[in-house]
Design a protein around this ligand. Structure first.
Ligand code: GDP
Ligand code: MN
Length: 398
């Protein structure tokens, strides 16, 4: 689950990671109040106004602006709120900005060369260890650094059993070229950051930039935090951080219906039971010249109600030109699933406007095929996996 920058920073702070202070606002008036409050707390009269969307590269798209006084806080917030922000990480239409973060300006005006580092914490699946990636070349172009000068990106692997050891934290600070007070601050920062990552059960932390001020403070100026959804049950308070406005609306609906659905770019809708079979089905569709429009695992109980919900969700995607139902009847008998498909088809009437290819295999497969063939519905039945994929290829060509 992805979080907004301001939420990520709240989590970091709660574990003692120093972060740029800020207050979130939904209107220009709230933005001004936030700025006044920050000035009382921090003494600074300058603020950055930062668009809160689930995408990076906001600075490049005009979603991060500096305000030198309250009038500018108001007018810049007014401009950014409600805009469709286009960044290298959004679609061409951009993303609607519902909130802005009003943050203290932490780049001192006298600082000619602020030191911006890059730091992320993530799981290295290959080694089964957590990994801290970091670079002296932080700021807005880390992708270019990774591409052109990959030797400037360091990694430190952390054994989850021992946690981050003090020498590792010192090595990181050293590789970032720090010494004296700044080195001590960085050791504290990275230690707290690693603890926060583990304790919050996060899947990814990306802090870019981590700033070193001229008076040797180290702080997180940006925060991209992805929580591990499978661990949310251990953090009841984090559930409220979900912002469904940022998520794919079809995926949100599928989730509410208890379906495991991932939206993809292709033209063949898939309704499958079991994640492994769903993956295999997607491969076969590709081979047959199609492109999967989604991953959908309907689960074990593919009854009429569930099949109907799944059809409805698949058909919300306007790119879908055919639907392949590929279900293995192990515990659930194929003829029951077939009845479900036929009933759902009947109930949905002309809402189903694309060909459906249905392959049911397993217990009572023969009865299932007969049921579909004799239903009078326009459902193309198949028994073999390859046969089903070929039929998908045919209807796409037709
Ligand atoms: P991103 O573009 O989505 O990654 O958003 P960031 O939060 O990283 O902000 C983009 C850039 O804005 C940063 O790389 C900084 O250079 C700049 N920035 C962020 N906070 C401040 C600030 O307090 N003062 C100034 N002057 N610049 C800032
Ligand atoms: Mn950033």
């Amino acid at each position: 689950m992805n979080l907004h920058e301001y939420q990520g920073k709240e989590i970091l702070s709660s574990f003692g990671v120093r972060t740029q202070r800020g207050i979130v606002a939904s209107t220009p008036e709230e933005a001004v109040e936030a700025a006044k409050k920050l000035t009382e707390e921090t003494g600074t009269g300058w603020h950055v106004i930062k668009a809160q969307i689930h995408a990076g590269g906001r600075g490049k798209g005009g979603g991060v602006k500096l305000a030198k006084n309250l009038d500018e806080v108001k007018s810049i917030s007014d401009d950014i709120l409600g805009m469709m922000l286009i960044t290298p990480q959004t679609s061409a239409e951009g993303k609607l900005v519902n909130q802005v973060l009003i943050a203290e300006d932490v780049y001192y005006p006298g600082d000619s060369e602020p030191n911006e580092f890059y730091m992320s914490v993530l799981l290295n699946r290959a080694t089964g260890r957590n990994m801290i990636m970091y670079s002296t070349e932080g700021g807005m172009d880390i992708e270019a650094v990774a591409e052109e000068t990959p030797h400037l990106i360091f990694t430190e692997e952390v054994d989850p059993g021992t946690g981050l050891l003090p020498f590792q934290a010192r090595k990181i600070a050293f590789n970032l070229g720090l010494s004296g007070g700044a080195m001590k601050e960085m050791v504290k920062f990275v230690t707290a950051l690693y603890t926060a990552y583990v304790k919050s059960d996060s899947a990814l932390f990306e802090i870019n930039p981590v700033l070193k001020t001229s008076d040797d403070k180290i702080l997180a100026v940006d925060a991209k935090v992805t929580l591990d959804e499978n661990a949310l049950f251990r953090h009841k308070d984090y559930a409220a951080l979900r912002d469904e406005r940022e998520e794919n609306p079809i995926e949100v609906e599928a989730k509410a219906a208890g379906l495991n659905y991932v939206d993809l770019d292709g033209n063949v809708g898939c309704m499958v039971n079991g994640a492994g079979l769903a993956m295999g089905t997607m491969d076969l569709i590709k081979q047959a010249g199609g492109d999967p429009a989604n991953f959908l695992d309907v689960g074990g109980t593919a009854d009429a109600k569930r099949v109907e919900t799944a059809f409805g969700i698949i058909l919300k995607d306007p790119n879908v030109k055919a639907i392949l139902v590929n279900i293995f009847g192990g515990i659930v008998r194929c003829d029951r699933v077939a009845q479900g498909v036929v009933d759902a088809y009947k109930n949905m009437g002309d809402k189903i406007n694309v060909p459906i290819i249905c392959r049911l295999q397993g217990t009572n497969a023969k009865e299932a095929k007969d049921l579909i063939d004799n239903s009078g519905m326009e459902i193309i039945s198949a028994t073999e996996f390859q046969e089903a994929a070929d039929k998908v290829g045919e209807v796409l060509k037709a």
